[in-house]
Design a protein around this ligand. Structure first.
Ligand SMILES: Nc1ncnc2c1ncn2[C@@H]1O[C@H](COP(=O)(O)OP(=O)(O)OP(=O)(O)O)[C@@H](O)[C@H]1O
Length: 379
């Protein structure tokens, strides 16, 4: 909320313009100043400044609500993924107003998930969509309009049989290619206006990791701190936007491999089915602080060249679970129907629950940590 633009607090345009000349654009910028500094920069009297500070504080303070009110609005809290078993576990789909991360190895289908969600967001509400625009920030040049159309036409052949509907859908996905950290940050800073002008109901950042990992060599002194600051800024802005517009924000992340013993694993660690080495483990990239910034984490991983898995590794509402999927012409397809889809549920003592996944691999869910993340241990 501190990232809220002053223009959206009801402040007069003249004062906004004056402050903007001094790079004071958000509530946080203004509230970090003393009243005397604001008097000087905004050309206001002491009394006016006190009133100004009070109204800006009120405009950016999170509003109080009750659990009852939230519960009454529960039907409006999620964005359906069109994957019934996943939606059921997530109690309706991807939560609005928060950050959802899809993390996994290269080629596993993260961008496919993003393009599929883009199509879904543009659908009318009666088809489970948001009837909205999409902001798609592509940092890897991985977005493909052809693939977007292919997913739409293969997934909803009846609806997208008319060319006008395909054109309308594609016209509602607003693509921004940002290939450096600074470009991504600048884009996020301006996203408020973009969301309003494009009537966006979904924001996608694919991927948060690629530019950061390209530009920050964390073995060099100081780089880790800079990278953490940058990621903290990005997370804060995206959280503000998700909350302010009550929309889902989806980010993709990469994985990184560590060599060490399992006890050192961080909050987002997991073990891929193909990772047979005892001493190595894979974890979501960008470190522990980032891993706590996202509210829901879905890990995608390979089982074999064709078969893949989605792991619900972190969620405030869903148990730890694994679902099998493949990437098809229509995007992501869960394997098996809803009744026989095997799902892993976290019990009261997860450490004691052996789990059999459809792939034939046996797992134990061990040590659910305070972030709500369990570790998969190959038996
Ligand atoms: N038309 C299609 N039909 C079936 N599968 C497809 C199709 N297009 C792409 N795929 C599958 O999607 C995979 C690529 O997925 P995607 O680009 O989403 O990976 P990613 O996880 O985003 O990778 P990276 O992190 O490298 O960007 C391909 O390996 C292929 O298996």
């Amino acid at each position: 909320m501190a990232s809220k633009k002053l223009r959206r607090t009801g402040m007069s345009l003249e004062v906004c313009e004056r402050l903007k000349r001094h790079q004071i654009e958000t509530c946080q910028d203004l509230l970090s100043l003393t009243p005397l500094e604001v008097m000087r920069l905004a050309g206001q009297s002491y009394q006016q400044v006190l009133m100004l500070l009070q109204s800006v504080s009120q405009a950016c303070a999170p509003s109080m609500t009750t659990a009852l009110e939230v519960w009454k609005q529960r039907a409006d809290l999620c964005f359906s993924t069109s994957l019934p078993a996943l939606d059921r576990l997530l109690q309706g789909g991807l939560p609005r107003g928060t950050l959802t991360e899809v993390t996994g190895p290269s080629g596993c289908g993260k961008s496919q998930v993003c393009m599929m969600l883009s199509v879904l967001a543009t659908l009318p509400k009666c088809m489970g969509g948001l009837d909205s625009g999409v902001i798609y920030i592509d940092t890897e040049s991985a977005f493909s309009a052809e693939r977007l159309v292919e997913i739409a036409q293969s997934r909803f052949p009846d609806y997208f049989c008319e060319k006008e509907r395909v054109l309308e859908m594609a016209g509602r996905v607003h693509l921004f290619r940002e290939l450096t950290c600074q470009d991504v940050l600048d884009r996020l800073e301006r996203l408020e206006e973009d969301i309003i002008s494009s009537k966006a109901g979904l924001v996608i950042l694919d991927s948060v990791a690629s530019v950061v990992r390209k530009e920050y060599d964390t073995t060099l002194p100081g780089n880790l701190t800079h990278r953490s600051n940058l990621l903290g800024q990005e997370a804060a802005t995206l959280k503000y936007l998700a909350q302010a517009f009550h929309i889902p924000v989806v980010l993709t992340n990469q994985i990184t491999t560590h060599v060490g013993n399992r006890g050192e694993r961080g909050a987002a660690s997991f073990r891929g089915a193909s990772d047979a080495r005892d001493s190595g483990y894979v974890t979501a990239a960008l470190g522990n602080t980032w891993s706590h910034s996202v509210n829901t984490r879905l890990i995608v991983q390979y089982v074999d060249t064709h078969q893949r898995q989605i792991v619900i590794a972190k969620s405030p509402v869903a148990p730890f679970a694994v679902l099998n999927y493949t990437v098809q012409k229509e995007g992501i397809r869960l394997e098996g129907n809803d009744d026989n889809q095997e799902v892993l549920h976290q019990g009261t003592d997860p450490g004691l629950q052996p789990i059999r996944v459809r792939t034939g691999f046996n797992y134990n869910l061990t040590q659910a940590n305070p972030a709500g993340v369990g570790h998969l241990k190959c038996l």
